[in-house]
Structures are given as C-alpha cells and as structure tokens.
Design a binder for this molecule. Structure first.
Ligand code: SF4
Length: 434
C-alpha cells in the first residue's frame, strides 16, 4: 500500500507541503496533516460532481463526445472569434498557465486570472510601490508581531496560523503563540479575531484612513490624527503603532477585506508605504493571503512571459495591459468578448449578473475537473485531471515560493497542460486551413 509523504495540498494559497497520503487500488484512503478543506479536496474528489467525459452542446443539451471532437469544436470557436476572453487558470499548474498564455497570444485573446475579483488591486499596488515581503519560513522563525487585516485564516487558510504564523514555533520564536503579539483589524469580529491579543473593529471601507493614521503616528505627526478615525479611538491606533514600531519583526497579512473594499489598490499602495515607514524603526513585511492555490503562480508566469501579472490583451499582437479596461469582469460587463474559455475557475458562480448574462450569450469553452455553474453556460466542456492529485505540476505559495505538486494516483483525464497544447495545435491547423 503506497504511502506518499510530503505531498502538497492544492487547495488554498498556503500550499501545505507536509501531507501524507495513503493510496490503495488507485484510491486515496487516508490523509494525514491536511485541514478539513484540504481533506475534502483529496478525498472529496471522488464524491464531487466530476465531469466524466468531454461534451458539446447540441440542441440545448450537452452530449458526450471524444476529447478530439471537443478540442476541434473548441478550436473552431477560437478561430472564428474576434475577441476571446480566457479567464481563470489559478487552480492549475504553472505549466498549464504558460500554455494558456501561448494560446492567448496565438488567438489574439485577452487572458485574465481570478485575481481580477480578489487580489488584483494589490498586484497594481505592488507595481507602484513594490511589495516589501518575506517567505513564510522567515515569518515562522522571526516574526514577533503579526497583524491579520481584512482576512480570516481560521476559515480560509486553516493551517496558516499553526504552520507559518501565530501558533508556529520557529528558531527565534520557540515559544510559539506566547512569543508573538497577534492583532486583527476587520469590520466584524471573526473567529480569527477571537484568537487575537488586540482586535480593532473598523468602519466598512475605512482601511485607507487607518493606514494613513498609522503612518502619521509612526512618522511623528500624531497631532494631525483626529480623536476618532475609521471608527477607532486615536489612543488605540497609537497603541498599535507603538506595538508595530517596537516589534523585532512585524508582518501584516492582508486579505480581500483590504483589496476589495473602498480605495481598492490605494489600500495596498498605502500599506506598502506603511511597511516602508516601519522599516525606519524595525524590520517589517507584508503578505497577501491568496485564496486559489496558484493565483500567485499565474502572476509570476504571466509577468515573466508578458511583463504583466494579469488582464493581458494580445489583440494588437503584443501584450497590452490596462486593468479596468482589460480585466475579465470589465470586458464582460461591457459585452465585448464574442467567445470565452473559462478554465480552473467558476465565472458562472462568482461574476456579477450582467457579466454572467453576457457569458450565457456567447460560445463558452469550459476546462475543469468539476461541474459547476459555468458548465450550465458552456458549449464545449473539456474535463481535466486534478493537479496535485492526478498529475504533477508547479505552483507558487502566497509568499511566491514555488513548490512541486506530486501525482498521487492515475487518471483517465487529460491534464490542463495537454488540453491547452492540443488546442493550440488544432488552432494552428485550422488557421493554416489544414
Ligand atoms: Fe490545504 Fe490550505 Fe488546509 Fe493547508 S491550509 S491543508 S493548503 S486547505
């Protein structure tokens, strides 16, 4: 009975790489070390609504076809389209992402990731101000002050605090939780906040005000800060500023509560400046709590291949990037795309109604292991192997450390990487008139 050690959990951006998996008769029968989310990914894949075969919509119904027929139908959609949107690609490997970018270039498409509706604004902020960061290993070993801002790892990244942050024991933090001060800033008292030493409840959309007040205090201008800001008394903000300044090593983990609230990328921009201010006094870094396990990988691969981390338009034959104009959601709401590939993501469930309504009107190619609301909109459905379980591949953890995901069991499904390669070959054939 094979027991595979140090498997990587391909669910959230923590990419825990200490999972032990027991395999019997090509089935996963035992999982050790995973949290409940990770467990459901490994074991639940046999229970979830798997797409069993490629399908093409005929007379309103999805009917089973071969992979070759589905690839040909998808390639025809791409060749006949003048403005294809390729969206998702964050729950798959870097190798598949690289292939998807090549396919987008070949077809003059726009390719965007799920960051469009999550941490995209922090990518913009990083381009303007940089991202003073560190690996999670450094945080584990050194950070004595941790701030969780607009994120709730107890539910979204359940092992984050025990492996890398609040409760972990490191080289200079051998007392674990006792060695660290933990603060939470949020608009409601989350389960993460209940574990904190300091909880600061702020008014919805006031993150930028609070960051600016902290910066003023840290830079010696507390006189300009009003008595209450962001719904928080000034005395509490001064206390947090002092805690951060007096840290040996501080880390601010931030989530979608920061990136998707009012002021959007300016929040990340100001936070990078706050980190820079803190580095006049101590060592401080920031890390985005990325959700999809390889959304960081999409940003890395897209940046090294095109110069941009997301929302890349190849219509002019070279990469063009202007989020707000070339973001997936912006395009759909403007009803611009005349075809779409949705891969390893679920636009049908997560996009606003107007965007989904447009998707329902245009030909949609879905590439995914599982059926989801996007399947209801799709004209061609191509099932894929689950990366990190049925096929290997590379992914980037939230701190931009790359990890190799293992293949644990055999699969009858093609990998995302193979599907994208086949599609590219077929598109080239059709374009040549072969
Ligand atoms: Fe998987 Fe995330 Fe849980 Fe780690 S914290 S086991 S990566 S779901």
């Amino acid at each position: 009975m094979p027991v595979i050690k140090d498997a990587v959990c391909s669910l959230c951006g923590s990419l825990c790489d200490d999972i032990t998996v027991t395999v019997e008769d090509n089935k996963i029968t035992k999982i050790e070390n995973a949290c409940i989310l990770g467990y459901s990914k490994f074991v639940g894949m046999f229970e979830h609504d798997r797409i069993e075969t490629p399908m093409i919509r005929k007379d309103g119904e999805l009917v089973p076809v071969s992979y070759e027929e589905a690839i040909e139908a998808a390639a025809k959609i791409l060749v006949n389209s003048r403005r294809t949107l390729s969206y998702g690609w964050c729950s798959t490997s870097c190798e598949a992402i690289s292939g998807a970018i090549k396919l987008a270039e070949e077809t003059g498409s726009i390719i965007d990731s799920t960051a469009n509706v999550c941490h995209g604004p922090s990518a913009l902020a990083a381009q303007e101000k940089g991202c003073p960061s560190a690996s999670l290993g450094v945080i584990k070993n050194r950070a004595d002050v941790l701030v969780f801002w607009g994120c709730n790892p107890v539910h979204a990244h359940p092992r984050h605090m025990s492996r890398y942050s609040s409760f972990s024991k490191g080289l200079f933090t051998e007392k674990g939780r006792k060695a660290r001060t933990m603060a939470v800033i949020d608009v409601r008292k989350t389960d993460t906040a209940k574990l904190a030493d300091k909880y600061m409840e702020i008014e919805q959309g006031s993150d930028l005000l609070l960051v600016t007040a902290l910066r003023s205090i840290i830079n010696g201008h507390e006189d300009v800060v009003p008595e209450t800001i962001a719904g928080v008394p000034k005395a509490e903000i001064i206390e947090l500023a002092e805690t951060l300044k007096n840290a040996k090593f501080a880390c601010i983990f931030f989530g979608m509560g920061v990136t998707q609230s009012r002021s959007k990328y300016k929040n990340g921009d100001a936070m990078a400046s706050l980190i820079s201010d803190l580095n006049q006094h101590t060592k401080a870094v920031m890390i985005g709590m990325r959700g999809h396990y390889n959304v960081t990988g999409f940003g890395q691969v897209a940046t090294w291949e095109t110069g941009f981390p997301m929302a890349i338009d190849f219509a002019k034959g070279y990469p063009y990037y202007n989020p707000g104009e070339t973001g997936a959601n912006d395009l759909l709401v403007r009803e611009e795309p005349d075809a779409a590939i949705i891969a390893a993501a679920d636009a049908g469930a997560h996009f606003p109604q107007k965007a989904v309504r447009h998707l329902a009107r245009i030909p949609v190619i879905q590439i995914d292991p599982y059926a989801n609301p996007t399947t209801e909109l799709a004209d061609v459905v191509i099932p894929a192997a689950v990366v990190g379980i049925e096929t290997e591949g590379t992914a980037y953890r939230m701190d931009a450390i790359s990890l190799r995901m293992k293949k644990l069991i055999d699969s009858k499904f093609k990998t995302d990487e193979e599907i994208v390669k086949d599609l590219t070959v077929k598109v080239r054939e059709l374009k040549r008139g072969a």
